[in-house]
Design a protein around this ligand. Structure first.
Ligand code: DX5
Ligand code: ZN
Length: 218
């Protein structure tokens, strides 16, 4: 179905309270939990290894979507699958063999996603779509939360929707999603919206209703 799902990125959560933060966003209407994995090489920032994802797992009652911004990526797929990811998304730019990467994700039994950086055209994933449950269109250069939405990507989302046709493949958007940009990307054909700062801003674990209001505003 094409109903819009909201996937808060815990990159914007309180790093001393992940369990409580994950429970809070789910109680407040989050559909998925988005986990941003960064390696200090593919992107200029460092975040969560497999043990961190293992620690998040028991708190996730919805769906844990793990976005791997790491290269090379293939050697880590099994570890993130065992850590409890429901979906693993790798970047098409992470190496020369994204087709093999998607086969490896599928082999774990998890859902498979493929991500495109803002400079990468839709054509880069055209021959990967039959192995993908989701395509992630980055609307910022990956690495940090709180960056400005790149408007040229709206047209890319619409083209991607055309390339997907009637196949059951999600289009996820990640970066600078707020109430204004959310309606643009939804209109272009996206159905899973990642939001970090727009969900967590102004809130805290102690005031989860702020997260709820932020989620409903998207
Ligand atoms: C960026 C990450 C995003 C990020 C989004 O590299 O992949 O998931 O946390 O944060 P906002 O919504 O603040 O742009
Ligand atoms: Zn992400």
């Amino acid at each position: 179905d094409r109903t819009i799902k909201i996937a808060p990125s815990i990159l914007s959560a309180d790093f001393a309270n992940f369990g409580a933060e994950i429970r809070a966003i789910q109680n407040q209407g989050a559909d998925w939990v988005h986990v941003d994995v960064m390696d200090g090489h593919f992107v200029p920032n460092l975040t969560f290894g497999p043990p961190a994802v293992t620690a998040f797992r028991p708190h996730v009652t919805t769906f844990m979507d793990v976005h791997l911004m790491i290269a090379p990526v293939d050697a880590y797929i099994d570890a993130y699958a065992e850590a409890g990811a429901d979906m693993i998304t790798a970047h098409v730019e992470a190496g020369p063999h994204p087709h093999r990467t998607l086969q490896a994700i599928r082999a774990t039994g998890k859902k498979a996603g493929i991500a495109l950086n803002p400079g990468t055209p839709v054509e880069a994933v055209e021959y990967l779509l039959d192995l993908a449950d989701m395509v992630l269109v980055m609307t910022v250069n990956p690495g940090f939360g709180g960056q400005k939405f790149i408007h040229s990507q709206v047209d890319k989302i619409a083209r991607l929707r055309g390339a997907i046709g009637d196949r059951p493949i999600h289009i996820q958007v990640d970066g600078g999603v707020d109430p204004k940009t959310a309606s643009l990307v939804a209109k272009a054909g996206a159905d899973v919206l990642v939001a970090g700062s727009a969900v967590f801003k102004g809130g805290s674990v102690g005031q989860p209703e702020v997260y709820g209001a932020n989620i409903r505003a998207i």
